[in-house]
Design a protein around this ligand. Sequence first.
Ligand code: HEM
Length: 431
Amino acid sequence: MDNAADQNVEANPEEFYRSPTTTPEADPWALALEDIDLATGSIFQAQKHHEYFKRLRQENPVHYHDKNPEIGPYWSLTRYEDIMAVDSDFERFSSEPSIALYDEVLGEERAPMFIAMDPPKHNEQRGAVTPAVGPVRLKDLDKLIRERTVEVLDELPVGTPFNWVDKVSIELTTRMLATLFDFPFEDRRKLTYWSEVITTPPILMGLTIEERLNHLGECLQTFTSLFHERKFEGNESQDFISLLANNPATADMNGVELLGNLMLLIVGGNDTTRNSMSAGVMFMHDNPAEFQKVKDNEALIPSAVSEIIRYQTPLSYMRRTAKEDVEIGGKQIKKGDKIAMWYASGNRDESFFEDADKFIIDRANVRRHMAFGFGIHRCMGNRVAEAQLRIVWEEILKRFERLEVVGEPERVEHSFVHGIKDMQVIAHPRQ
Ligand code: HEM
């Protein structure tokens, strides 16, 4: 965090909550159970969250915390089976009003978006944009993804450290996002910036709340113009904006609803794939024997991609709200209670994944990770994300003997987006 942001934290302490108990320094095994507050970005940044989750899976798998003044009381599900059961049951567990534990972001109302809607509206809006990432479109995208990957990898400096996050992960996911939106290519980094503005507390970006709102306003204005330009009979383009503008379920959305769905599509396709792309390099560096397996047998790449996504789990949780009184794991959950489904914990559940804490690219049930969720909200872009990651690894193997991570990567302080900001890498070309 830079100085300006530090000062902001001091000036507005209530806007940036850090649990007094659940800290990177605390012993996760010694804290009183009721003092464990998983919605604390600093434990993810310090990679201490796994120990907290391990303890809860063992001692208190359906956990209750009611001391977070910003979120209020909430339940945490930490076991694979419980998470899958709740995620698959939209009738009893609602995605409204929000899929994050915070109901409001710094005093703003949340913009409506279909990830935070229940049927029937959810299905209608999701159905409108699905063709942009459906199997037919994916065939065309494959070639484009490869061309861009080749371009970006061929321009990398060799033998000298560079930030992989910026030069590769952000660049490739932003190019893809620009394609999915058919957004002016030269302005594509705006998408990255807006995504950051949406997901990061302004104090961490050195922004005031007003400045944040101004950026969101610019985002809305830009997209509203594109939305109206592309609203015409006979427009069969498959980009997100044309699809939204011409489907009866979404064509008449008001400004806030358009902004909400844009935020969803920008963030959904951006941070998640980006962080998997960075994390994969780190995991392969830390586990050279696993990297050797892929080098020896490229047919293992799709399996390695799934393992990377499981091991990183780019979105740590999704929230649901109980629509009726219900019992889970012997605990009485009341109608209206908030429930966090911690995918980050389910993906390390030892009763489901053997040696869950190890990175094993050819594990038997590798595709059964829960990082894409389950049920009616299961990630809409999973195939695009997998294609991007598969192709990047195919092209890495063609060019590089190995990618060496130098120093400690700088991580994001966030309990929802599990990410890496800066990771210095030296690329060693193949001889
Ligand atoms: C939903 C993860 C990539 C668009 C979700 C959900 C998760 C997720 C956990 C919620 C699932 C649930 O509630 O059951 C990921 C991960 C990705 C990724 C880990 C990459 C590794 C993408 C991409 C796009 C995308 C590339 C778009 C281009 C969406 C959308 C939803 C969604 C629109 C909402 C679906 C709905 O509510 O019906 N994603 N995502 N995601 N994702 Fe992804």
